[in-house]
Design a protein around this ligand. Structure first.
Ligand SMILES: Nc1ncnc2c1ncn2[C@@H]1O[C@H](COP(=O)(O)OP(=O)(O)OP(=O)(O)O)[C@@H](O)[C@H]1O
Length: 278
């Protein structure tokens, strides 16, 4: 099972001395106030940015030393911003998740890189997928309920549809380690619940899935562990019960957030304070 470790990780004045280990079999919720550094930590974990101090390792290898193809075989990363200006259809976009698994694409990348024309790769659509890849792409599109939109350009989708297409691309990639920056931010309640249910099931199958999430109640219900960033470092880490303590939440979010067990279901609930009287 994958293991992603941060050992004394710093990044300029944004993050300092982050030490945390995330293992396969877990759905990790990365929480914290705006500007706490969640997206920054995601980019460091994905190997996109290099820490200014400390180490980030995936299965004991420095993640930023993996080349992009090696990274894409092991790790899928969903950025916070969805893809507005992509000229491809949903199917073409999801098929890009298979990039690192497709031999002729890799050969093309190597050839173009050798010729110093890397940028040209981005302008080429996916073609000639193997039968397995094609099936994985269709399965991912179906799982995200996008089959009726498969031939529609991404630019014509709603925000939530585009978000689901981006998650479908991650699914098609078929990695054991997932880093998703606010995957439910544009989704309606049904899809928030549905995506988190799927991510939890995938984690229980042995994957490591890390999500940045602001919805504390859903984080409490679906995540196996939470890492709370505040004051540029790990402010709390552990099970939802350990992290979602009222004193911890008050300090991090500057609000008297209540947590309690639902008397009917036993589920941990998170309640924002009521609207103040005028
Ligand atoms: N490349 C960079 N160099 C320096 N500072 C940066 C850089 N990128 C972001 N920051 C700053 O780092 C801090 C953390 O930003 P980040 O996007 O990681 O926060 P976040 O926890 O994801 O916030 P949000 O909840 O609003 O999405 C912010 O104050 C931001 O302005």
């Amino acid at each position: 099972m994958p293991e992603l470790r941060m050992e004394g990780v710093s990044f300029h004045n944004v993050l300092r001395d982050i030490t945390v280990a995330w293992s396969g079999g877990s759905l990790i919720g990365l929480i914290g106030p705006n500007g706490a550094g969640k997206s920054t930590l995601m980019r460091l974990a994905a190997g996109i940015w290099v820490p200014t101090g400390g180490r980030v390792t995936l299965d004991s290898r420095d993640v930023h030393r993996l080349n992009p193809l090696q990274r894409a075989r092991h790790l899928t990363y969903l950025p916070q911003q969805t893809f507005h200006d992509v000229a491809y259809t949903v199917r073409e976009f999801v098929a890009m998740g298979r990039f690192a698994h497709r031999k002729h694409w890799q050969e093309r990348v190597h050839a173009l890189r050798a010729a110093g024309r890397r940028a040209a790769v981005q302008g080429r659509g996916p073609g000639g997928a193997s039968g397995t890849s094609r099936q994985l792409v269709e399965d991912a599109i179906a799982a995200m309920e996008l089959a009726p939109l498969a031939d529609v350009p991404l630019a014509q989708l709603s925000g939530g549809e585009r978000q689901r297409a981006a998650i479908a691309r991650c699914l098609a990639q078929g990695c054991d380690t997932w880093l998703l920056d606010e995957p439910i931010s544009n989704l309606d309640p049904y899809y928030q619940w549905d995506i988190l249910r799927r991510l939890r099931a995938m984690a229980e199958d042995g994957r490591l899935i890390v999500i940045a999430i602001h919805h504390l109640e859903l984080a409490a219900q679906f995540c196996t562990e939470l890492t709370l960033l505040h004051h540029r470092t790990v402010f709390a880490h552990g099970s939802p019960e350990e992290v979602l303590r009222e004193d911890v939440l008050a300090a991090a979010f500057r609000l008297p957030i209540r947590t309690f067990r639902d008397p009917h279901t036993g589920v941990l609930r998170v309640s924002l304070p009521p609207r103040p009287a005028r």
